[in-house]
Design a binder for this molecule. Structure first.
Ligand code: AMP
Length: 550
């Protein structure tokens, strides 16, 4: 009998791809190596501006000195609360150079969420936008351990010629260069010891498998392994431009875009925040070879009437990750882009972005019974098992909890020994996702364990119902939740938004699902909304809809 230990997924990789991924202890090592190798190559692009590797090296060194001069010490935490802007990258590299840990913070967080993170992570320094600083960060930081604050406009690098201003009040960019140049000339040299693989690179806040937001401790080794694994498997070529569709403050953007691009000596193109029209312009301008974003971003791009196949012609690979990908979206994307395959990928903050993806050249199968699209196969060096409630492996094809081991799995949460022990027994990550694996090693994610709907004792997985809704011609986005029901305990309710110009009657959508799903699964009620609530990282917020319904 074969089992997970036989790693049936390895057959999808070439002999070379299966070899251990050689990677330095940190992405910073690789970046500095790239800066020495290709100093004149563009490291970053931001609208009309660009920064070369040498410049990025100098600026991040300057900021590291500036921080150290103001008391930032090895092991200290720097919160970076910015959108996809060059300053984000400079700040991350600076923190790592000074021996610190980065705490990426979603810039859309409000006071309460930010206060929790500043306290919980014991943040010593923060970089944010000038407007956020004046709006509420200053007040929030006042009651926190923060000792050093910098606004992005104090090192405003690239936005001076661009009408899309980054901050409310801007100084001439030369001031910014002065600040960093002065620090570089006069600041104390910091201890130039590079990070060790076990040092904490990031504290990434996530609601994780359950409960209140907690900080996953992504080590430098976690990031370096996943970045180099991606570089090896993608083989994009030296001049590749990687477009940051996902926010770099989230783990997918941080690892698959920022870390992989800078470790490979590629060019990372940033465009502030996701706005479909701006993204299409950026594709036309930067001609990226690769990007990754949540499926909802691709749905939004497909909804743009002006998106043409030519806009996507430069892509060699394009991935959807971080949220369920309905098979109907893959096909819509293929026909709209002239044949481009949207490759699924699965991961969590706790495994430093992907732990399974579709190998280049392959296409993920769709399970004939449930209609679920596979998320990919585990990468070489990764172990995935499917476990029952007692922690025993279930046979291939049987549903259970997905458990992951590998060099990209975090050692634990920041200052949470009990939650770490519960989520990572013996170092194996219990993901809280229900899934199954077929005999060829393709992994299928059924849904989040906690999102299961119990209708009269029947288990309904929202994603399966959503997949059917996405095949309806009028539906743009769909979210399915359980709502209280006096008779069934819970019943299935769907929220949808419609394609531009489309019109649909909720009763007709109910009937459409009824024809295609078992009697206990089809939504008893469909409500049409203008837009569905989403996280900044593009995940549709079922829990918000559930609260609204309940
Ligand atoms: P995060 O930690 O924010 O990256 O969220 C991780 C969660 O996103 C996982 O536990 C899954 O529930 C979900 N997820 C990520 N990728 C996929 C995918 N390809 N298909 C379905 N769910 C996904």
């Amino acid at each position: 009998m074969t089992g997970y230990a036989d790693r049936p997924w390895l057959k999808h990789f070439t002999e070379e791809q299966r070899q251990d991924v050689e990677h330095p202890p940190s992405v910073l090592h690789s970046f500095l190596d790239a800066a020495g190798r290709v100093p004149d190559h563009q490291a970053l692009r931001y609208f009309d501006g660009a920064l070369g590797y040498r410049e990025l090296d100098d600026l991040s060194d300057g900021l590291a000195r500036h921080l150290v001069a103001r008391g930032f010490a090895p092991g200290d935490r720097l919160a970076v609360m910015l959108q996809n802007v060059p300053q984000f990258v400079v700040a991350v590299l600076a923190a790592w150079r000074a021996g610190g840990t980065v705490v990426p913070v979603n810039p859309m967080y409000r006071q309460g969420e930010l206060a929790h993170i500043l306290q919980d992570a014991g943040v010593a320094a923060i970089v944010c936008s000038e407007s956020a600083w004046h709006d509420y960060v200053r007040a929030t930081a006042a009651g926190s351990p923060v000792r050093i604050a910098l606004t992005a406009s104090e090192f405003d690098l690239q936005t001076r010629d661009d009408p899309r201003v980054l901050t409310a009040t801007r100084r001439p960019a030369d001031d910014a260069r002065d600040l960093l140049a002065a620090a570089r000339a006069g600041g104390p040299a910091y201890d130039a010891v590079l990070p060790a693989a076990d040092d904490t690179a990031l504290i990434s806040y996530t609601s994780g498998t359950s409960g209140r937001p907690k900080g996953a401790r992504n080590t430098h080794g976690n990031l370096s392994f996943n970045a180099h694994r991606q570089i090896r498997i993608q083989a994009l070529g030296d001049d590749a431009v990687v477009f940051a569709l996902a926010p770099v403050f989230h783990i997918t953007g941080m690892v698959c875009q920022l870390s992989a691009a800078l470790a490979a000596g590629h060019t990372l193109a940033l465009a502030y925040r996701f706005e479909p029209g701006v993204v299409l312009d950026a594709f036309r301008e930067h001609r990226p070879a690769y990007t990754v974003g949540p499926s909802t971003a691709f749905m939004a791009l497909l909804a743009r009437p002006d998106a043409t196949a030519a806009d996507f012609a430069s892509f060699r690979l394009i991935s959807s990750g971080g949220a369920p990908l309905p098979p109907a979206v893959v096909e819509a994307f293929r026909s709209r882009t002239g044949g481009l395959y949207l490759a699924n990928g699965y991961g969590l903050t706790e495994c430093s972005a992907p732990c399974a993806s579709v190998p280049p050249g392959s296409e993920a199968p769709v399970d004939p019974v449930s209609g679920t699209l596979a998320v990919g196969v585990p990468g070489p060096g990764t172990m995935v098992r499917i476990l029952d409630d007692a922690g025993a492996e279930v046979p291939f094809g049987t549903q259970g909890e997905i458990a992951v081991t590998g060099p990209m799995v975090v050692p634990g949460y920041w200052n949470r020994p009990e939650e770490s022990a519960a989520a990572l027994p013996g170092g194996e990550l219990l993901t809280g996702d229900i899934g199954f694996m077929d005999e060829d090693g393709w992994l299928y994610v059924v849904d989040r364990k906690k999102d299961m709907i119990n209708a009269s004792g029947f288990k309904v997985w929202p994603r399966e119902v959503e997949d059917v809704l996405y095949t309806h011609p009028a539906v743009r986005e769909a979210a399915v939740v359980g709502v209280p029901d006096a008779y069934r305990g819970e019943s299935v309710k769907a929220y949808v938004s419609l394609r531009p110009g489309a019109d649909a009657d909720p009763a007709e959508i109910v009937a459409y699902c009824k024809e295609r799903l078992a009697a206990y699964k089809y939504p008893r009620e469909v409500e049409v909304l203008g837009d569905l609530p989403k996280t900044a990282t593009g995940k549709i917020l079922r829990r918000e809809l559930k609260a609204q319904a309940g």
